[in-house]
Design a protein around this ligand. Structure first.
Ligand SMILES: Nc1nc2c(ncn2[C@@H]2O[C@H](COP(=O)(O)OP(=O)(O)O)[C@@H](O)[C@H]2O)c(=O)[nH]1
Ligand SMILES: [Mg+2]
Length: 302
């Protein structure tokens, strides 16, 4: 907010949840709205493990967008159960839900989520994302077949990746939020700590660079985070489940880990706007995704 005058009686504030199956573009949309990469994005599902709030403050209102982990169908492991709990808790605490689907696709998982949303009190806006990937006729057919009768308060056709249609969503969001003073400082962009964000950026680099199956068994713990003159010193432990995975993360002659470190450092420097010195270690902890205790240690709290 650049306007120095305090917010008036017509100022709005509220919470908005982004929901949808993995990979539909929830994190991409949140980042597009914030104009900054806060929530990590990859082409692999289930990248977002914890709820993260992105706070957008303007002179009209303050909106807290909650980026949720995707609802996961095979909730056997402790981590999957945790992610389901977080996603469900989010439904109860919000003024509005943005339900994201992919243009041209309306599968079983989408239907299940749509059904769950029927029982929610908050209004639901449907966001058909990735319209850049489908032809216009196909898109119109998709909307006619799946959307028109479904009773959504609003429907948007957008491309979060290209920023198309995003401003329209923001405008309508503002109209449904209640009149209220802002809750967060105007310069606060998230509810998460800098350490959490740092771990996420390392995890993003790992997830992008590693073999298909591996990322799910990887997590990151920030051991050191301190400002030292003009340098931000970050020490990260990369936890894997097996020795073989440790070898993969490190790579031949340390090449893989070096690449991961470089990518993560660049993301961290962009996020914090500071020069970053990043150190990484790879350690083995068996079965951490199945263990509630280990999740707790990693900071997976609600
Ligand atoms: N072509 C296209 N790709 C997108 C769009 N939005 C997101 N993606 C891609 O879809 C993938 C999943 O996005 P992400 O935001 O992580 O999905 P989430 O799991 O719902 O948070 C990433 O590779 C994104 O770059 C879009 O509007 N168009
Ligand atoms: Mg995500």
């Amino acid at each position: 907010m650049t306007d120095p005058t305090p917010p008036g009686e017509d100022y709005r504030f509220g919470y908005v949840a982004l929901v949808g199956r993995p990979n539909v573009g929830k994190s991409t949309l949140m980042n597009a709205i914030l104009g900054q990469k806060l929530s990590i994005v990859t082409h692999k599902p289930q990248t977002t493990r914890q709820r993260i709030a992105g706070i957008k403050t303007t002179d009209k209102g303050q909106v807290v967008y909650l980026d949720t982990p995707g609802i996961h169908s095979s909730a056997g492991r402790a981590l999957n159960k945790y992610m389901n709990r977080v996603a469900k808790a989010t439904f109860r605490d919000v003024e509005l839900i943005l339900f994201l689907v992919e243009a041209g696709r309306w599968n079983r998982q989408d239907r299940r989520i749509a059904k769950a949303l029927e029982r929610v009190d908050a209004p639901v806006f449907l966001v058909v994302n990735k319209v850049d990937l489908v032809a216009k006729e196909e898109l119109l057919g998709f909307v006619a077949d799946n959307v028109e009768s479904a009773g959504f308060a609003e429907v948007f056709l957008v491309s979060a990746l290209k920023g198309k249609g995003v401003a329209d969503i923001e405008q309508k969001v503002m109209e449904v939020l209640p009149f209220s003073m802002p809750f967060y400082d105007e310069d606060q962009i998230t509810d998460r700590s800098e350490r959490f964000l740092a771990a996420e950026m390392v995890r993003e680099a790992l997830t992008e660079r590693l073999h298909q199956e591996l990322p799910y068994a990887v997590t990151v713990e920030i051991e050191q985070f301190r400002r030292d003159k003009n340098l931000l010193r970050i020490g990260a432990i990369i936890w894997v489940e097996r020795d073989s995975q440790k070898q993969i993360v490190i790579g031949k002659g340390g090449k893989s880990l070096k690449g991961i470190g470089r990518q993560a450092r660049e993301a961290l420097e962009a996020l914090f706007g500071e020069k970053v010195f990043l150190e990484t270690w790879v350690k083995v902890s068996r079965d951490w995704t199945r263990s509630d205790k280990m999740l707790e240690r990693m900071g997976y709290d609600e």
